[in-house]
Design a protein. Structure first.
Length: 388
């Protein structure tokens, strides 16, 4: 084995432009020292699995068979220069070449929790005075405005769109600027109006408690678009609470309650003459890096809890604790939507509801649809590249 390097000529190196100054070959990995003083470890199987030849040249999908090499594969020769790290492997005479910048940005051994911090910023009732707003025409006609609106929606989970045309089609026209719509048992779009024979509390005039839409689904919808076509009644104000902020406080003040709500799943169910849709979910979802990423809370769709007997009482105490905090005025925002406004929010983060209204005092009509989180995040990443 030979380790060689070319002279490093660029002395003005930033953290992102760090280059290799030395390499040590260990039993299963290379230990790389960078010019900015940091260190990385790259395992041989990881390097071979991520060789550029491991990916289809057209689709970019990995088509390398990891079992085609042994678990003991190792470099016979390692060389580097200002731009690349080159490896000659012990098997099949294969050679790999990696850009140093590519390796540095993907160094898993020095990745800490900061790399995986959530982009979300939680809020309380004071957020009502600084809710991000966008203009319909601006977002429809300019990708830079679309990107800025999406960044704020991703960060805060709640925005208002002004200047909406007086048509139901404008709701879907706007939402599809992000991506395709999510279809549910309520259709691709839905109208929130009071009807004589409702199949859901949303289609009544009574107050609607704070909730996550369709928590009975395997994956509840991501972003909800609610376009106000008319709101001439008495009452009917829309209410919102950032479930993220409430869960953050719960984790800080009552960690045992937070833990039980995050670890144990409870049943949710919606049924009518045509559907019986059921799913178990934890009320709080934490990702692999400890970030609170979802709240699935819907007391009127909660089915009969079927937890283990030794958990049931403590779970109810935790559930009541969360429920009380969600009703705390410190967190609630109340908005009376006007015709021509649309509220867009992250359904699996921001809980929404509405006050009771008098359906004989005037028409209240909202037109809605959903776009899932995966499509939203995808569009946001593509726009980020396009916008530089």
């Amino acid at each position: 084995m030979a380790l060689t390097h070319s002279e490093v000529t660029n002395l003005n190196i930033t953290t992102e432009d760090a280059c290799i100054v030395s390499i040590q070959q260990n039993k299963n990995s290379l230990c790389v020292q960078w010019s900015n003083g940091t260190e990385s470890e790259f395992h041989y199987l990881w390097l071979r699995d991520n060789c550029s030849t491991a990916f289809h040249e057209k689709t970019g999908e990995r088509d390398f068979d990891l079992l085609s090499v042994s678990e003991d594969i190792h470099p016979l020769n390692v060389e580097w220069n200002n731009d690349k790290l080159n490896i000659e492997w012990s098997e099949a005479g294969h050679k790999s070449s990696f850009l140093q910048t590519w390796l540095y940005k993907r160094c898993y051994s020095r990745m800490n929790s900061d790399r995986h911090l959530s982009t979300y910023q939680s809020w309380d009732t004071s957020f009502v005075n600084r809710i991000p707003r966008a203009q319909y025409q601006d977002v429809m006609n300019n990708d830079a405005d679309l990107y800025q609106w999406m960044v704020e929606l991703d960060k805060f989970g709640l925005t208002l769109v002004e200047g909406m045309p007086d048509t139901a089609a404008s709701t879907t026209d706007f939402a599809t600027r992000v991506d395709y719509l999510r279809q549910t048992n309520f259709g691709t779009t839905f109208d929130v109006v009071s009807v004589e024979s409702p199949i859901n509390l949303a289609y009544t005039s009574i107050s609607l408690p704070l909730h996550t839409d369709l928590s009975n689904q395997e994956t509840p919808p991501g972003y909800q678009f609610l376009h106000c076509l008319a709101n001439d009644c008495v009452g009917g104000e829309s209410t919102f609470v950032d479930g993220l902020r409430v869960a953050e406080e719960l984790r800080e003040q009552c960690p045992d309650h937070f833990k039980i709500l995050a670890e144990y799943a409870v049943p949710f169910r919606f049924y009518d003459k045509e559907h019986d849709i059921r799913q178990h979910h934890p009320v709080i979802n934490v990702d692999s890096f400890g970030n609170i990423v979802e709240i699935k809370y819907n007391a009127h769709l909660a089915d009969i809890f079927d937890l283990p007997a030794n958990i049931m009482h403590e779970y109810y105490l935790a559930y009541r604790n969360l429920m009380a905090r969600l009703r705390d005025e410190r967190f609630k925002i109340e908005i009376r939507l006007q015709a021509g406004q649309m509220v867009v929010f992250d359904n699996r983060r921001v809980l929404h509801g509405r006050n009771k209204f008098e359906d004989t005092s005037g028409l209240r009509h909202l037109h809605g649809c959903y776009v899932d989180r995966s499509e939203f995040k995808s569009r946001l990443r593509v726009l980020a590249v396009e916008q530089g």
